[in-house]
Design a protein around this ligand. Structure first.
Ligand SMILES: Cc1cc2nc3c(=O)[nH]c(=O)nc-3n(C[C@H](O)[C@H](O)[C@H](O)COP(=O)(O)OP(=O)(O)OC[C@H]3O[C@@H](n4cnc5c(N)ncnc54)[C@H](O)[C@@H]3O)c2cc1C
Length: 337
């Protein structure tokens, strides 16, 4: 080990994936992940984990955004083909997106040439579920279940010498003299840590049910979705901008249940194994960039990697690869590297 010290702030899917990428990019550094919430207490744990970048997701340019998405897809798909896939919670899934009103639902310029199958739904397929479905697409993609991926990534990070610190930071000044570089993967926490008013929560709520007969994912109008995972099926959902409510809302529960069961009647009576709420850390554009700040007369090197909104699991690898490269650039010239 060199005496180069790096802190990654955040232990959600972004912080952990950045940790793994940084271990590949910068050998022999002392890397710690510092966070006040781990595993089940993170937003990442709530995600259904489907690889589906929204067409509104964006970085600074279309080209860089497409690169992050492409790198991410290959990262997940390659992991899926290893013997670690089940431990890491990565699998392949296929399914439908239907809409009664929105023709553009059939296209997703980010992934239609990336995933193995992406096509318009046939007339017959539009009749699969009750409802007046006029438009739709069918595609095959990957799914990463964070209930499995987060502990797997923590174990991998520790295996290669990474350390974890349970600590809440009030400001970057808390760390100023301890680390050569900080990577900020604090999601919604960046709103306060960076005083960044572009960051806002988009609240989501889901059911987890036992319904092993559901093998295909479905999306429909009003943020309705049914997504089979490893141990349960996720039923959603909602997108409530600027809501900080982390409690299960009974009216959301009723609405989600009614919409999902109307869409897929076979879900009626499925055993409910949990209800979860998460605040998607939205920022337009997502912030992945270098910054050097001065704190108490000392220069601090920071790479920001936050604001992935509803697509953090999807793009965690690509954005983390990019953040790790920026970290290396910032450390160029550091004699400890
Ligand atoms: C209902 C729902 C469904 C979703 N489904 C999908 C999906 O299917 N596909 C997809 O790609 N995405 C999905 N998402 C989005 C995804 O969950 C997020 O984009 C992702 O979890 C963001 O990860 P993160 O690591 O940035 O944030 P988090 O998981 O919230 O982690 C933030 C970390 O930063 C730490 N932190 C913050 N502030 C501080 C501080 N001051 N001091 C110390 N530590 C701090 C926290 O403790 C935590 O460890 C969904 C989200 C929700 C809510």
């Amino acid at each position: 080990m060199s005496d180069l010290k790096i802190a990654i702030l955040g232990a959600g899917v972004i912080g952990l994936t950045t940790g793994l990428e940084l271990q590949k990019e910068i050998k022999n550094a002392n890397i710690s992940i510092i966070a006040d919430k781990f595993f089940k207490d993170t937003t990442s744990y709530v995600a259904a984990g489907i690889f589906r970048p929204g067409t509104s997701f964006c970085g600074r340019t279309v080209d860089i955004t497409q690169k992050w998405i492409t790198d991410s897809y290959y990262f997940w798909d390659e992991l899926r083909l290893t013997t670690e896939a089940a431990n890491a919670g990565v699998t392949q899934v296929s399914g439908y997106i239907f809409s009664s009103t929105t023709p553009s639902i059939t296209r997703n310029h980010y992934i239609e040439k990336l995933v193995p199958i992406y096509r318009a739904a046939t007339e017959e397929e539009l009749q699969l579920c009750p409802g007046n479905w006029k438009y739709g697409s069918f595609y095959t993609t990957v799914l990463t279940e964070c209930g499995l991926y987060l502990p797997w990534a923590m174990k991998q990070f520790a295996k290669y010498g990474g350390k974890f610190v349970d600590r809440k930071l009030e400001s970057f000044a808390d760390l100023s003299s301890e680390y050569d570089l900080i990577i900020n993967c604090t999601g919604l926490g960046a709103k306060y840590l960076c005083n960044d008013h572009k960051v806002a929560p988009i609240r989501g709520q889901v059911f987890k049910v036992k319904a092993p007969w559901i093998k295909t994912f479905f999306y429909a109008d009003y943020d309705t979705y049914v997504i089979p995972g490893f141990n349960s099926v996720t039923l959603g959902g909602c997108r409530q901008y600027d809501s900080y409510n982390l409690n299960v809302d009974k009216y959301d529960s009723l609405s989600i249940k009614e919409r999902c069961e109307a869409f897929l009647p076979s879900l009626k009576g499925a055993e409910v194994v949990g209800e979860r709420v998460g605040l998607r850390p939205h920022r337009d554009p997502v912030r992945i960039e270098k910054e050097i700040i001065t704190v108490n007369g000392k220069r601090m090197k920071i790479v920001h990697n936050y604001g992935h909104g509803g697509y953090g699991v999807t793009v965690a690898p690509g954005t983390s690869i990019y953040a790790a490269k920026l970290a290396k650039e910032l450390l160029m010239g550091n004699s400890k590297l």
